[in-house]
Design a protein around this ligand. Structure first.
Ligand SMILES: Nc1nc2c(ncn2[C@@H]2O[C@H](COP(=O)(O)OP(=O)(O)OP(=O)(O)O)[C@@H](O)[C@H]2O)c(=O)[nH]1
Ligand SMILES: [Mg+2]
Length: 294
């Protein structure tokens, strides 16, 4: 039998290429929230896949973006490069048949000498498969990749091949996490993230970027998890939008988030939600520190 391998795999790529979708699909659990908007991911999130011959420690990260310029978004951009830089292998994710300036910039932020596996995602959207070959050829010439694998996070296509390529690139060593541990984040973290995902789904273009979710209390009462969450916004007008007419929008978002939490935690959840205004929190160093964005 071949030797056991274990190592960290840092995700990189411009926003929206499907980094978080890929992590969820590979690990088999929805650990990282997903939306069609740029920079949905804000934190470094570990997802562990344990196989008999290899433990894969994936680290999801935000995609780099240039549209927002607050102190908050500068922090997210810094985090964008961290996972790939500090890991054994960088998993560079792009969309099939699309390689633009933002993709190039994300690739260039991966330091020289770092091992890189490229995942060309969303191949389920490619109508003419023969166009894929020249695209993969051109991509292979832009940088030295340990492997270039076309995949679909949506259908799961080729993920076995991707795992093989990643295993090849990882160092030998024993597992770092117990085999049943999926992540290093706690339920409190996922509760906040799942509610934030609903804000990204339900709100217009700009608002999700002015919102943050904090958990004020998280109590286990028998089999019930009782969670109180606050949604921070920057202005009164935003608060009114989040709440919606007669509170309908907030109610709908909270129910959807609660259902996702019950699925992830495997038990009943009570979720209370509040909306508070913190003026210009995305540029307030003190609030950012409190929220864990240094
Ligand atoms: N058709 C298709 N859509 C996908 C696939 N993978 C991801 N998506 C969609 O692409 C969008 C972005 O996915 P995310 O996983 O949030 O992308 P991300 O790279 O993590 O984005 P950021 O966190 O913003 O950097 C979502 O609407 C996903 O549903 C895929 O393989 N096929
Ligand atoms: Mg993401």
């Amino acid at each position: 039998m071949s030797s056991h391998r274990c190592g960290t795999i840092g995700l990189a790529g411009r926003p929206n290429t499907g980094k978080s979708s890929l992590l969820n699909r590979l690990v088999g659990e929805k650990l990282s929230i997903v939306s069609p908007r740029a920079q949905t991911t804000r934190h470094l999130i570990t997802g562990v896949l344990t196989r008999p011959d290899c433990q894969y420690i994936f680290v999801d990260a935000p995609g780099q973006q240039s549209r927002h310029r607050s102190a908050f978004h500068r922090t997210l951009n810094r985090r964008a490069g961290e996972a790939a830089r500090d890991s054994d292998v960088a998993l560079f994710v792009i969309e099939a048949l699309r390689f633009g300036p933002e993709d190039r910039a994300a690739l260039e932020r991966i330091p020289e000498g770092q091992k890189i596996v490229a995942a060309v995602n969303k191949i389920d959207l490619v109508r003419k498969e023969r166009e894929l070959i020249p695209f993969l050829d051109r991509l292979s010439k832009t940088r030295e990749f340990a492997a270039v694998v076309p995949v679909s996070a949506k259908t799961g296509r080729n993920l076995g091949r991707l795992l093989e390529a990643l295993r090849e690139a990882l160092p030998e060593g024993p597992a770092a996490y117990p085999p049943d541990q999926l992540t290093d984040r706690d339920e409190r973290f996922f509760a906040a993230e799942l509610l934030r995902e609903k804000l990204f789904e339900a709100m217009g273009e700009e608002l999700p970027y002015r919102c943050e979710v904090t958990i004020d209390s998280f109590k286990q009462e028998g089999r019930l998890r009782r969670i109180e969450a606050t949604i921070l916004v920057e202005r009164d007008s935003q608060k009114a939008i989040v709440i919606g007419a007669r509170g309908e929008r907030l109610k709908a978002m909270a129910s959807a988030a609660r259902r996702d939490m019950e699925k992830l935690f495997g038990g009943k959840v009570y979720l209370g939600t509040w909306v508070k205004v913190r003026k210009a929190w995305t540029d307030d160093a003190r609030v950012l520190r409190q929220l864990g964005y240094e």
